[in-house]
Design a protein around this ligand. Structure first.
Ligand SMILES: *[C@@H]1O[C@H](CO)[C@@H](O)[C@H](O)[C@H]1NC(C)=O
Ligand SMILES: *[C@@H]1O[C@H](CO)[C@@H](O)[C@H](O)[C@H]1NC(C)=O
Ligand SMILES: *[C@@H]1O[C@H](CO)[C@@H](O)[C@H](O)[C@H]1NC(C)=O
Length: 337
């Protein structure tokens, strides 16, 4: 970070101007000793500064694999495929000192299935400050880029932001929410940053992480989960290969989604497509119990079932999956407790 160097310099000037007069009559040995003390003092001042101000340094950015593994196991429900891919992808990437390209994850699934939540878990296990870190950036299409007609303005803005942020810290993380609502031209404009370039304009993006969240392909995922349900098969038997091609095909061919004909998929810039399955009654109960724990309450099974029963499930005949996943659990709990 630049500001702290300025601080140190200021402090140095301040101290040395006063000190130089004072040491005039003193022997060189003492002066040298004082200089050493001063240097040590400055070094520790710098360390203290790093300690209190978030910096692009290992004190603030370091990956906790055990932490991510535990979180995915204990806090994310009903997503055996997503859990496995995320852990493997993030661990592999963060463990590689010299990645050839940034990590690009595309998370797909219906609302409330945990896409945002997983992004948060990743951030929390890399950045000490989690989602509040100044190196984690969230862009929501409808919020940041609401008017399709202004996409050229958004485009240069977004490119400047990404470049500026990665120049500040190569371990930056960018989360794009509602990716399917993003203008295809805007998606194309971030393409260069995701590719196998050593450097672009002197900036290397290879250590950054890009996460795209979207509902695109959600229908196909639901259909697959429903087929398993109707066949009486355990959803844990659903494998990535049952979904992966489906997702990239439907994302590619869906002309409503922002991915349409963008070369993100064409050029294999996305490293992992991560499907999020629709959540069943049992998962909603788990979400409710987990939220009670977060709030420091004793888990109350009766209330958890009450909350879960109150949600709407689809399709109407099977009532297999929660329409909003775990999304409304928090507010519902306020209501029941
Ligand atoms: C990593 O996460 C585990 C599990 O949450 C935690 O016990 C441990 O203290 C963390 N390690 C560091 C270095 O933060
Ligand atoms: C970093 O990104 C944020 C948006 O998340 C933007 O407001 C800021 O200006 C960017 N910083 C630089 C140095 O470009
Ligand atoms: C999108 O595709 C559907 C079916 O393939 C077609 O009916 C529709 O007109 C297309 N919409 C646009 C905007 O191209």
């Amino acid at each position: 970070m630049k500001p702290n160097r300025r601080h140190v310099l200021l402090l140095w000037m301040l101290l040395s101007s006063g000190v130089s007069e004072a040491i005039e009559p003193i022997s060189t040995t003492i002066a040298v000793g004082m200089a050493a003390t001063l240097t040590a003092f400055l070094a520790s001042y710098q360390n203290i500064f790093y300690y209190f101000h978030e910096c692009c340094r290992p004190e603030w950015i370091s990956f906790n694999k055990t932490g991510l593994e535990t979180d995915l196991e204990n806090k994310l429900f009903g997503q055996h495929i997503a859990s496995r891919i995320i852990l493997k992808a993030v661990s592999g990437f963060m463990g590689n000192e010299n990645p050839k390209k940034p990590l690009v994850l595309s998370l797909h699934g219906w609302t409330g299935t945990g896409k945002n939540f997983v992004s948060k878990l990743i951030a929390e296990n890399i950045y000490k400050e989690g989602m509040d870190s100044s190196f984690v950036h969230v862009f929501t299409s409808t919020l940041h880029f609401p008017h399709p007609s202004q996409y050229l303005t958004y485009k240069s803005q977004l490119q400047q932001w990404i470049k500026g942020n990665v120049s500040n810290c190569e371990r930056s993380m960018f989360i794009f929410d509602e990716m399917d609502k993003m203008h295809p031209g805007l998606i194309d404009s971030i393409k260069p940053y995701l590719d196998y370039y050593d450097k672009l304009d002197g900036v290397s993006y290879r250590k950054s992480i890009f996460i795209f969240l979207s509902n695109a392909g959600g229908d196909r995922i639901i259909q697959t989960a429903l087929d398993f349900w109707n066949a009486g098969r355990n959803r844990n038997e659903i494998e990535l290969k049952d979904l992966e091609t489906l997702i990239s095909l439907s994302v590619f061919n869906d002309n409503q989604s922002g991915f349409f004909h963008t070369s993100l998929i064409d050029k294999n810039l996305v490293d992992f497509f991560v499907p999020f399955l629709p959540l069943e009654y049992q998962h909603v109960v788990q979400c409710a119990l987990s939220e009670m724990k977060v709030r420091g309450h004793e888990p109350d099974f009766e209330v958890a079932h009450k909350v879960a029963k109150d949600l709407v499930y689809f399709p109407k005949s099977e009532r297999a999956f929660s329409v909003k996943g775990c999304k409304t659990i928090e507010s519902k709990l306020d209501y029941y407790t």
